[in-house]
Design a binder for this molecule. Structure first.
Ligand code: 13P
Length: 347
């Protein structure tokens, strides 16, 4: 394992007020989002959409790393340039989603376990030879009556840790994503408790599996009340609960924390990240940034709608949301949002 290479990549992913762009939706998820805008659900449409994203002018000024899926990493621009080259030439570090998705967990109704460890070592070596420098694995933890169970949290944390160890062995920085879902009536406080338990468990397993903390990025949820909780919270309350939870559970050796957006609107996700940086940045041991999919892509997908004529406007919208999140990292994001609005985007 080349420790210095991992440390350098992890640092580069959180450097300069930039953040990550998750553009690694599985074909099923991408098709579902396309269907809602009347976009054809074909491989060529997915390729054209991703070409629109990676050719956005100025992308590399806001985005440090882009997470692709297996289909996209093997695709090219219309002119034949591989996407991975287009991204790298723009100064964006290429990453890959390597989990095989969350499946119903045996013996645990309503809970899921992420699969994909079998053969992962060989896949990581192939991706590394392609020029990929980091990877992502998402575990999902649902909240509800009697869940999450200890069995679900432990199994997902162990899988995340084994994935992370394999990544570092192959020279790739693991982005460790334990997502506590927003769905449900739970309160902000309940989400904080569950998120803290999940993160503590994940870091215990990372330690057990000998993962080097300086060479990984954590990708957690923000601490939020459930979507249908009657007691929604202000932007500042969410920022306080999230940072309190992270300070308790995430070791200072971790270089960066890059949030998922999880179904928050683009504006709210930026406003909450902004509040965390305004209120806490001077006393945080790690960088706090973004690794959003929906909260960056959503407006641009709608504007694009599968039409070449809309590419420039869609790229403008994508760049705008990316810039908003850079501003949020600086604590300079201005747009005011209704503080207790928890309006979800398409899931
Ligand atoms: P969202 O920002 O849409 O939650 O997606 C982030 C992600 O990468 C999910 O794995």
């Amino acid at each position: 394992m080349n420790a210095q290479k991992l440390i350098d990549t992890a640092k580069a992913l959180v450097a300069g007020y930039k953040g990550l762009l998750a553009m690694d939706e599985s074909n099923t998820t991408c098709n579902k989002r396309f269907a809602s805008f009347g976009i054809p659900q074909t491989e060529e449409a997915r390729r054209a959409y991703r070409e629109m994203i990676v050719t956005t002018p100025g992308l590399g000024k806001c985005i440090s790393g882009a997470i692709l899926c297996d289909e996209t990493i093997r695709q090219n621009k219309k002119d034949g340039t591989p996407f991975i080259k287009a991204i790298t030439d723009e100064g964006v570090i290429p990453g890959i989603k390597v989990d095989a998705g969350a499946k119903d967990m045996a013996g645990h109704p309503g809970e899921r376990i992420t699969e994909g460890l079998d053969g992962l070592g060989a896949r990581l070596v192939e991706y590394s030879h392609m020029g990929v420098r980091f990877a992502k694995w998402r575990a999902v933890i649902a909240m509800g009556d009697g869940i999450p169970s200890r069995g679900c949290v432990e199994a997902n944390a162990q899988a995340l840790a084994r994935y992370a160890a394999l990544c570092q062995e192959a020279g790739l920085v693991p982005v460790v994503e334990p997502e506590v879902l927003m769905d449900g009536e739970h309160t902000l406080e309940q989400c904080r408790e569950v998120t803290e338990e999940v993160l503590r468990t994940v870091f215990n397993h990372l330690y057990t599996q000998r993962v080097m903390l300086e060479g990984l990025i954590l990708k957690p949820n923000m601490v939020l009340p459930g979507l249908t909780c009657p007691k929604q919270k202000t932007v500042d309350e969410v920022a306080d609960a999230t940072v309190t939870c992270l300070l308790r559970a995430v070791p200072a050796a971790v270089p960066g924390i890059a949030f998922l957006s999880g179904g928050q609107s683009g504006e709210l996700a930026s406003a909450r990240l902004n509040a965390m940086n305004v209120r806490f940045k001077s006393r945080l041991p790690w960088g706090l940034t973004f690794s959003f999919a929906r909260a960056i892509q959503q407006p641009s997908m709608e504007i694009w709608s599968g039409q070449d004529a809309n590419i420039a406007a869609a790229q403008h919208a994508l760049h705008h949301r990316a810039k908003c999140n850079v501003a949020a990292r600086r604590g300079e994001y201005q747009v005011s949002v209704k503080s207790t609005d928890n309006t979800p985007l398409l899931s």
